[in-house]
Ligand binder design. Structure first.
Ligand SMILES: NC(=O)c1ccc[n+]([C@@H]2O[C@H](COP(=O)([O-])OP(=O)(O)OC[C@H]3O[C@@H](n4cnc5c(N)ncnc54)[C@H](OP(=O)(O)O)[C@@H]3O)[C@@H](O)[C@H]2O)c1
Length: 277
């Protein structure tokens, strides 16, 4: 498993296991399956409603807490400092741990809270200073949001977790993150499976004897991004790990990146307008 260095000096496994849309009643089994397959990086969020089950699976696994990289995210209703403090404490309790490896602001919500996500960020800085979040970062932050944090914050985010897949390669945000020393994490790295039937992807997959998902995940990791694919299907959970020696050529990379559909390629919300609490 390849690791990527964060600006805190710590490392993050380049492949993690995503848990969005895994129902609470299915989460212990799913995360247990991922840990048994060898995943040591789990991505959850307050919004997913499955932190307690993620915590239960980790506790039951017998794996040392220090061997697992655990991320969770602040939910949209809790951007005010006291709400963030209460919800973060609850996350740690639900996850059965004293710390998370990474705590993210889930969405910038630039049209809510008077457009002030800096105060929220300064509250995450408290969690970082206390050691209850070993690293802090953001999710869905656009380049101008990053600039605002760089100007008004003390800590540079360790990570920006954003939508990236071949239909939405998100190059401008990736470049901004790189320039600021922020690691880019790709959410919906498979485009929620939409890209897996694209003829370019299936043709490359057939040629090199890999699955379409392996082709797409290899494209991500070769670009240096961290990926967090989600699957509740055991064979996919296992095959999605085997992505570090996929023989993609330069030309394959160019063809995959050219699948970019611009704004129409998004599978999720646009961070500039996302305002769901
Ligand atoms: N920060 C954010 O705002 C944000 C937003 C969205 C997601 N995320 C994170 O990113 C993670 C991944 O994103 P995602 O869940 O939206 O989408 P994704 O990982 O791109 O795609 C998941 C879909 O792909 C299928 N799949 C997985 N591996 C496959 C394979 N090898 N072959 C065929 N199909 C495969 C899964 O089906 P089965 O499960 O049925 O196998 C599921 O339907 C989330 O779980 C979450 O942790 C973060």
């Amino acid at each position: 498993m390849t690791n990527v260095k964060l600006n805190t000096g710590q490392t993050i496994p380049q492949l993690g296991y995503g848990t969005y849309k895994i129902a609470p009643e299915d989460t212990v089994a799913a995360v247990t399956m991922a840990l048994e397959a060898g995943y040591r990086h789990i991505d959850t969020a307050q919004m997913y409603g499955n932190e307690a089950e993620v915590g239960e699976a980790i506790a039951q696994s017998g794996i040392d807490r220090s061997d697992i990289f655990l991320t969770t995210k602040l939910d949209n209703p809790y951007h005010m400092p006291d709400d963030a403090r209460v919800s973060f404490r609850q996350s740690l309790e639900d996850l059965q741990t004293d710390y998370v490896d990474l705590f993210l602001i889930h969405w910038p919500l630039p049209t809510l809270y008077g457009g002030d996500f800096v105060t929220t960020w300064l509250t995450l800085e408290e969690f970082f200073e206390e050691g209850r979040a070993k690293a802090i970062g953001v999710s869905n932050f656009l380049p101008d949001h990053i600039d605002t944090l760089l100007k008004h914050g003390t800590v540079v985010p360790a990570v920006n977790q954003i939508e990236i897949h071949p239909y939405f390669p998100n190059e401008v945000s990736r470049a901004k993150n790189a320039e600021a020393g922020i690691v880019t994490q790709a959410w919906s790295p498979l485009g929620r499976a939409a890209v897996l039937t694209d003829p370019v992807i299936t043709e490359i997959a057939e040629r090199i004897g890999a699955t379409p998902a392996q082709v797409v995940l290899a494209w991500h990791v070769n670009r240096g991004d961290v990926v967090i694919p989600k699957s509740v299907t055991q064979s996919r959970v296992v095959s999605n790990m085997d992505i570090f020696d996929v023989p993609l050529t330069e030309e394959d990379h160019v063809r995959i990146t050219a699948l970019d559909r611009g704004e129409e390629g998004r599978q999720g919300s646009n961070p500039a307008t996302m305002d769901r609490i």
